[in-house]
Design a protein around this ligand. Structure first.
Ligand code: RIB
Ligand code: NA
Length: 300
């Protein structure tokens, strides 16, 4: 099955600290490291490790970071033929502070902002050959909208992971096949509606992720919570990306929504036990080694 991710690619600059500095205060932290990130790249790598045929479309700069980003994608089996190298912007980056039980992130999109609607022309063939196209909110909104329109017109399934949060018109929500906000993102997208109202409005499409609680959706008759697996996290960065890629993979493999979300929860639980967004992302083999892996999850 073929997945195309149209999205961001970044270098993550990760600082680990136990003390949160107050405004104007300087503190000593523990560690610094760089890691591969960007929600688009993370989701592409996660889906590839789970056995999908994956391509990514997007942009990096001509700097060394861009070279490293592309090499990492290639090493993870992701096709990068549709990635542009732009001369007028640096490669994207994310500046992450890891605290004991949470993190905060500042994203500098840079080249990721150069993925303009008209660039779609360069990879329409790639989109047309895809079983599913995955989008996030780290490239411009009008590009996402153009891709959603294109896929809708050509009957190609889409998954929009609306992270970080931004408002999108109803028309596009109707056109996407799957929509996966977390609670915070869903509150911004649907400001005046209760969680139950929106779940019932978009059965088997809207999946709201609940962090350590798992995920919730409406199956057409009732709401269903699919609980997360309990683990001791090392680094939760990229857990959502792993979840989205695994959910997409499982759905393309024919699993029904509740099972796809269980599979996604398991992949995410494994991913948080490794450092960096991509560090802990499991391969399909690793998934199969887990005691929680179901024999009924038949993967082609
Ligand atoms: O979802 C995690 C990702 O978000 C990180 O890798 C970082 O790049 C941020 O954009
Ligand atoms: Na991780």
């Amino acid at each position: 099955m073929k997945i195309t991710v149209v999205g961001s690619m970044s270098t993550d600059f990760v600082v680990t600290t136990t003390i949160k500095p107050n405004q104007g205060e300087t503190v000593f932290g523990e560690k610094f490291a760089t890691a591969f990130g960007g929600k688009g790249a993370n989701q592409a790598v996660a889906a590839s490790r789970l056995g999908m045929e994956v391509a990514i479309a997007g942009a990096v700069g001509t700097d060394d970071f861009g070279v490293a980003i592309l090499n990492n994608l290639i090493e993870n089996g992701v096709d990068v033929a549709c990635v542009e190298r732009v001369t007028h912007a640096e490669s994207g980056s994310a500046h992450i502070v890891l605290y004991d039980n949470d993190n905060s992130i500042i994203v500098i999109p840079a080249a990721n902002n150069e993925v303009k609607p008209e660039t779609i022309k360069k990879f329409t063939q790639q989109l047309l050959s895809s079983d599913l196209v995955i989008l996030q909110n780290e490239i411009p909104q009008n590009t996402n909208e153009a891709i959603i329109d294109f896929c809708w017109e050509h009957g190609i399934k889409t998954l929009l992971n609306p992270a970080p949060a931004r408002f999108i018109a109803d028309e596009y929500i109707k056109k996407v096949t799957y929509l996966t906000p977390n609670e915070h993102e869903s509150a911004i997208m649907f400001p005046d509606q209760s969680r139950s109202e929106i779940l019932a409005k978009y059965p088997n499409k809207l999946v709201i992720t609940l962090g350590a609680m798992g995920a919730i959706y409406h199956d057409g008759k009732k709401e269903e919570i699919v609980p997360a697996f309990e683990v001791q996290p090392v680094d939760t960065t990229g857990a959502g990306d792993t979840f989205n890629a695994a959910m997409a993979t499982a759905l393309l493999q024919g699993l029904k929504m509740s099972e796809a979300l269980r599979f996604a929860n398991l992949a995410a639980a494994i991913s948080v036990q490794g450092f960096g967004a991509q560090g802990g992302m499991p391969t399909l083999e690793k998934m199969k080694e887990q005691s929680q892996y179901e024999k009924t999850w038949h993967f082609k």
